[in-house]
Design a protein around this ligand. Sequence first.
Ligand SMILES: [Zn+2]
Length: 275
Amino acid sequence: MTGFTEVARDVYVLRYPVLDVNATLVVGDGAALLVDTLSTDAQARELRDAVRAVTPYPLTVVNTHHHFDHCFGNAVVVDADRPIWAHEEAARILCEEAAALQRELYPKWAPIDPELAAGLAAVRVRPPDHTVHLEATLDIGGRPVVLRHLGRGHSVADLVVHVADVDVLIAGDLVEEGAPPNFDDGYPLEWPATVFALLELASPATVVVPGHGAVVDSGFVRAQHADLTTLEWLIRDGHTDAATVDEVATLAPFGPDAARVAVRRGYAELAGRAT
Ligand SMILES: [Zn+2]
């Protein structure tokens, strides 16, 4: 595995090849923060070793959301007495529904990546024990790091991690590079407003760490926001005009496969059905 690369002063990103997912390390004076923990025990052991190649300091962990590739490494990557932060709904889901999620994940991933599927089934999920409603500020060895829930988007529980002293925003899967945004648990009618709120925190020089893919700038996020807004309005107009899911998806950004999922979920919301 490749190790961490410094993207701003004492902020490091590890881009893990399986699912092209990012973990981010923020190092302060005598303390460090790890954002996201990969998918399996084996991956988390690699991540822990990579962290220790950068810093010996005690770790605090943040999960940007509750999807497995961002939090199933929790139990292995840090000792049991270290805090793990997440949005309150992410913590609830991982407390109450982790076993059910694992049962769903195995048959989904077994045909695609048997090693990942077996690893996901074997994880003992450690839920976050510190929760964020809208905002919390951590002191990471003298560096203020702000955790914000800016609204629903990629999931019900997205957190954005702001390392303000070096103008870094860790966006989780609210921002995707190298693949379309994933709408499986998404809120396509709310996602644009949430990314707009993220952009309000950014300057032209901001370094943005997406959940997957290469580190980007605020110009990239602005373009993704424009595409998400286009998609939102295609869904709203399509619903008004009683267009089929496929009719809307063929017009949408991000390709028809991702867009079909988004349109279905948007239509369900507009019809008043729970998603
Ligand atoms: Zn996700």
